[in-house]
Design a protein around this ligand. Sequence first.
Ligand SMILES: [Zn+2]
Length: 154
Amino acid sequence: MGLIECTSNASLWRGYDYYEEKKVMHLQKIDETHYSAIVEGTAEEPYRVHIELDHPRKSTCNCPHADGKRIVCKHMMAVYFTAFPEEAKRIYDEAVAYQEEQERLQEEVPDIICRYVEKMKKSELQDALLHLLFTGPEWQYERFIDDYDLYDND
Ligand SMILES: [Zn+2]
């Protein structure tokens, strides 16, 4: 498991923002799996961050959120993305692709509904309509009555 899998979604994206805003300073590669840096945070003093790629929860940061806890905070993520910009790009591209896929699926829903309704039998349509009218919002029920003048019997 890497840092990405150990952090929260909020810390991941806040860390990404910090990386984009270039808040990581004095990045040092200690060896293949250990990096340290100074990260500008909300406090006056910047935070001292140390990340361990093999053991993400042994990473340290002296911010109030992570200090003394086994939490992968946004400062650690900012250091990670600064050390591995290709990972930052991959994560960002994945999120954009996911978003686009969700939007594409949303756009297809009306067509899917139309195709489905076209294939329904009359009795199925009647059941579906009654179900929507009796279990749906009141405005829908009243609108149906209005649209078809159901209060007028003459
Ligand atoms: Zn931190």
